[in-house]
Design a protein. Structure first.
Length: 255
């Protein structure tokens, strides 16, 4: 079973990339973030023609998350129950017995911003939600754009990022809180190349110079760890014309 996550930074722009990628890679689950479109404009028909079912929660211009699969998508949940949030950032469903949680965690903007406090509150609500989900669904995977680089090795230049969002201690502590629930960073279950990143700024030739960060992750619950066989970052879509600034992160399971 192949799971993947990809912040597409506008599905209106990147739909051809997504359709080409699923045709080649044939993921069993693809979680998308930043679709940036209302539900009425989501390309259900095009995805169906490609062999994929889909669920989506979106809004105009910002945010938006979706789960795609050629398999049945069961028991969907939109958003975080009990958390009052107008932003469309979380969607959950069960696919082939695995509870799939697709998340677009807030960026935070800056450490002195109200958006940073919103991010920390959102992470707290997510952690509580996942604790409840894990009690009901021991096999669970959390896929998405976390907007958190968990360690310095996940940043091209850690010194340059001191005092900024994505790497602050409270954000990394929140990431560790997810690990404390029994969720494991599947990418780090395997030996990986140094300077492995999933996002590169459009500016300053960031991708060509590999000035990136690893902020897109697939965390899996303990019952899934022994089924993980390979995890990698697929850089090919980042080389396309008008690419997203993110690229897919992929995990293969033996189930």
């Amino acid at each position: 079973m192949k799971l993947a996550t990809w912040n597409v930074n506008s599905l209106n722009v990147r739909l051809p990339h997504v359709l080409d990628w699923v045709a080649t890679e044939k993921p069993d689950v693809l979680c998308l973030q930043e679709t940036k479109q209302e539900d009425i404009k989501f390309p259900y028909e095009a995805l169906s023609q490609a062999g994929y079912n889909a669920i989506h929660i979106g809004q105009k211009t910002y945010n938006g998350v979706a789960i795609l699969s050629p398999h049945a998508i069961e028991n969907p949940q939109l958003g975080i129950p009990g958390f009052n949030d107008e932003q469309k950032r979380l969607i959950t469903a069960t696919i082939n017995g695995i509870r799939i949680v697709c998340a677009y965690i807030p960026n935070g903007q800056s450490l002195d911003s109200d958006k940073y406090q919103y991010k920390l509150g959102w992470l707290e609500a997510l952690t509580a939600y996942l604790q409840n989900e894990l009690a009901q669904h021991p096999k669970l995977a959390l896929l998405g754009d976390y907007n958190i680089a968990p360690e310095d090795r996940d940043v091209h230049d850690p010194a340059a990022w001191i005092g900024q969002v994505l790497v602050s201690e409270p954000e990394r502590h929140a990431f560790q809180g997810l690990s404390a629930l029994g969720l494991h960073d599947s990418f780090r279950l395997f030996d990986q190349e140094e300077a492995s990143f999933s996002w590169w700024d459009y500016r300053m030739a960031g991708f060509r110079r590999n000035l990136g960060m690893r902020i897109d992750h697939i965390l899996v619950s303990t019952p899934l760890v022994n089924q993980c066989t390979r995890s990698w970052i697929d850089k090919e879509p980042r080389k396309l014309e008008r690419p997203s600034d993110h690229t897919p992160v992929v995990l293969e399971l033996s189930c």
